[in-house]
Design a protein around this ligand. Structure first.
Ligand code: HEM
Length: 530
């Protein structure tokens, strides 16, 4: 937080200096107004060079009536964005300003959406207006110049890229996903048995299990927790996600002049991105070289399907041709999108069940009576309502991508009756929507029973995977993973608090791009065999 405030102050000083230079040295600059600026700004600029220059940096609010907290000169609402638990803070602002409000950050205006209906209006109903991603200097650094699916802006090329990855993922999922997850769930079972009833932090084991699902699907490869290759891959992916979220680096997007100053975290980010690209390139090169001698598991890997789609004009009006870079970035997307999310969700599930042991028992009881000793198939989910209710409730309370990924208005539009100009950044606060008291009774309580028959809640009100054109690409993979991993774990183990622990796991969590549980230890006590 202190570091953040220092960055903001340095940034503010730099911006003031820049503004000063502009006012002095640019007397003849024309009256061009940034595209998407409202008319109010334009008229304010007329006749006053000072005001004009000011508004070029700080466009006024989108619509006079769009509510939001007071915006400080220069800083805008940056301090609001510096909160430790941003999703929760944005949710508390919604109680004050309503389910749609604006925040300013440098010269960017953001609109935060906090209810399911409003988020659905923007992302699903008006998907073609809000399918863009904001451009940013640092986003370009981590996404190969905006060429990833997750951070790439909406375009014909992006659509072809997403379609290629979606088809590849779907084809591999149909052929092998169920078996791949079952294998990893059994492997995870062995890892937990090997703890021999000792208390352990399982978060890394969950990460390895989730990552092995993706690396098996992607390249037909799986790793042990101790594998140096896996450590290298996770080390750099985690470092990239956490550095990219750090204020030292996001300040570069809002204050371009800071890019001229030395910035050790940014140098580290560049190094980690280069390392990531080396690792992925090596994998893809190996994969291509060994193509003729593939095992059947490897031959159906996503990489094959992605590579097969290259070089052919995709089915778009502009005949986009995808290249190796698209395969490279799609692989990065799947690894980043598919590892920490699923792993974080598993940690949250165990944490909540430690708080409510009777729910854990109810799931176990259901698994025993419905499955009659065997392991579950995904098709059993309709016969396991208590387990499914737990999955939905954890997704509701701790959507692991709590603010989704920012969207951008690609044309002038409206949300909830407010005018939204082109280029406005849209933040879907999924965490807020999942805690909306107008939709959920007792929204902060862990109550899976709300999703059981007669419990009053509907899974249709959940949005943990976003929606519309940017709906999570791995939704189907994730849903099968959450179901099978949880069913296997709760069938074979009783999770009990570590003896040495005086309190149960913290349920607030640490919010960054992914909302994770704070580290805790737990005992996985094997259930008696059938
Ligand atoms: C519990 C698990 C998961 C959750 C809750 C989750 C949630 C999300 C959310 C909220 C978004 C942003 C949607 C938006 O911008 O509106 C997203 C995007 C994405 N997710 Fe997931 N995700 C999960 C697992 C996965 C998995 C397993 C994969 C890969 C196999 C994956 C790949 C992606 C990709 C590539 C995107 C970017 C989509 C785009 O921009 O078009 N996710 N996810």
């Amino acid at each position: 937080m202190t570091a953040y405030v220092s960055v903001v102050i340095v940034g503010a000083v730099v911006m003031l200096t820049l503004l000063w230079i502009l006012l002095i040295y640019l007397p003849g600059k024309g009256d061009k107004v940034t595209q998407g600026e409202p008319n109010g700004c334009q008229s304010a600029a007329v006749g006053s060079r000072l005001l004009h220059s000011f508004y070029q940096f700080f466009p006024c609010s989108l619509s006079p009536s769009l509510p939001g907290p007071l915006s400080l000169p220069l800083l805008g609402n940056m301090l609001e964005l510096a909160h430790d638990h941003l999703p929760s803070h944005l949710t508390s602002l919604a109680r004050r300003y309503g389910n749609i409000y604006r925040l300013k950050c440098g010269n960017t205006t953001m609109v935060v959406l906090n209810s399911g209906d409003i988020i659905r209006e923007a992302l699903v109903k008006k998907w073609s207006d809000f399918a863009g991603r904001p451009h940013s200097y640092t986003g370009d650094v981590v996404s190969g110049g905006g060429r990833s699916i997750s951070l790439g802006d909406y375009s014909e090329e992006w659509r072809a890229h997403r379609r290629l990855a979606h088809n590849a993922l779907q084809r591999c999922s149909q052929q092998s996903l169920h078996g791949v997850i079952q294998k990893q769930a059994l492997h995870l079972r062995q890892v937990l048995l090997d703890y021999n009833g000792r208390a352990a932090d399982l978060s890394e084991d969950f990460t390895v299990a989730a990552s092995n699902v993706i690396t098996t699907l992607a390249f037909g490869k799986e790793y042990e927790k101790s594998s140096a290759e896996l450590q290298r891959l996770h080390g750099c992916l985690n470092e990239i996600v956490s550095l990219w979220g750090s204020p030292w680096i996001s300040a570069l997007d809002s204050f371009p002049l800071l890019r001229k100053l030395p910035n050790p975290p940014f140098s580290r980010l560049l190094k980690e991105v280069a390392r990531r690209d080396d690792i992925i390139r090596t994998h893809l090169d190996e994969y291509k070289m060994q193509a003729p001698s593939k095992t059947s598991e490897e031959a159906i890997a996503i990489t094959s399907a992605l590579l097969n789609g290259l070089g052919k004009p995709q089915d778009t009006t502009q005949g986009v041709v995808l290249t190796d870079t698209h395969v490279h970035m799609a692989t990065v997307d799947l690894l980043i999108g598919g590892t920490e999310t699923t792993a974080a969700w598993l940690s949250w599930t165990v944490a909540f069940l430690l708080h409510r042991p009777e729910v854990q028992y109810r799931v176990y009881d259901e698994l025993c009576s419905v499955l009659d000793g065997r392991y579950p198939q995904y098709s059993d989910r309709h016969r396991l309502p208590v387990l499914c209710a737990v999955i939905s409730e954890v997704l509701r309370l701790r959507p692991v991508a709590p603010l989704a990924v920012p969207h951008r208005a690609i044309r002038d539009s409206s949300i909830a009756g407010y005018f939204i100009p082109k280029n406005t950044v849209i933040i879907p606060n999924l965490f807020g929507a999942h805690h909306d008291p107008a939709v959920w009774t007792d929204p902060y309580a862990f109550k899976p029973e709300r999703f059981l028959e007669g419990g009053g809640a509907s899974t249709r009100a959940l949005l943990p995977f976003g929606g519309g054109a940017r709906l999570c690409l791995g939704e189907a993979v994730a849903k099968m993973e959450l179901f099978l991993f949880t069913a296997y774990l709760l069938r074979d183990f009783q999770f009990v608090p570590a003896e040495s622990q005086t309190s149960l796991p913290d349920l607030t969590g640490v919010a960054s791009v992914v909302l994770k549980a704070k580290a805790y230890t737990v005992i996985a006590r094997p259930r008696p065999g059938p």
